[in-house]
Design a protein around this ligand. Structure first.
Ligand code: PEP
Length: 249
């Protein structure tokens, strides 16, 4: 039996409320032929202000949907932040945590990210935990040291059940939004290494970094890559779904 593929789209700061409604006018008929494929799980992660139309479109199509960030406290004096109970009222089940843009542009530390992962799990939701090295870290031979720090800080205090619930996304920073993809061997090497470090053969590990139809088959066919977290190519239904159809061949 072929493996299950997770095709998750991270819209980043794109798609307004009305653009999200329009997205689903095209997505719904395009997704129809893939609907019911037990080997495919599609998910979309939108800005907070687009979560309502996203939830409507996602429910109609039976796909996963979620937010791209959250704060770990439930409420209080945290101006500008969004809490887990706020997202629960939108029926959000999955939340991206520790995306490289949160780490590098908004300077989120491993400590803050670990608190977010724990808070999401405590709420019975699924963190899509992102980690990965910068070009400088790779070129100086520090790829695995950096990733060990990122992964361990997020999972060290969790139970094996909690560790298993997380969806992991290896995203080399140098490959995100750059058009530069990790080779299948580079991505596989890190995902296989991550699986060992996580200590869970059944962990779901995605690769992210300029995934598109033209490179999907090679990447998603690798043994330790369970799917893709897709930025740019997820903004249009055709380029997003093409990733899975290209993989299937
Ligand atoms: C991402 O946003 O997580 C990502 C991998 O972006 P892109 O596919 O555009 O590189």
């Amino acid at each position: 039996m072929s493996k299950k593929i997770y095709l998750y789209g991270n819209w980043k700061m794109n798609n307004t409320f009305s653009e999200t409604e329009k997205f689903f006018e095209t997505f719904t008929p395009a997704y129809e032929p893939l609907k019911g494929d037990a080997n495919l799980e599609v998910g979309i992660f939108a800005p907070f202000t687009s979560l309502w139309p996203l939830s409507q479109g996602a429910k109609k199509n039976g796909i996963v949907f979620g937010a791209q960030n959250v704060y770990y406290e439930a409420k209080g004096a945290f101006t500008g932040e969004i809490s887990i109970p706020m997202l629960k009222e939108y029926d959000v089940t999955h939340i991206i945590i520790g995306h490289s843009e949160r780490r590098h542009i908004f300077l989120e530390s491993d400590e803050v990210i670990a608190k977010k992962v724990k808070a999401v799990l405590d709420a019975g939701m699924i963190p899509v935990f992102c980690y990965g090295e910068t070009l400088e870290e790779r070129e100086s031979g520090n790829t695995f040291t950096v990733m060990e720090r990122q992964l361990k800080s997020a999972i060290d205090s969790l139970t094996p059940e909690e560790v298993h619930k997380i969806i992991y996304a290896y995203e080399p920073v140098w490959a995100i939004g750059t058009g530069k993809t990790a080779t299948p061997d580079q991505a596989e090497e890190v995902c296989a290494w991550s699986r060992k470090l996580i200590g869970d053969d059944g962990a779901v590990i995605l690769y992210g970094g300029s995934v598109k139809g033209s490179n999907a088959k090679e990447l998603l066919s690798m043994k330790d890559i369970d799917g893709a977290l897709v930025g740019g190519a997820s903004l249009k239904p055709a380029s997003f779904l093409e990733i899975y159809t290209a993989y299937k061949g």
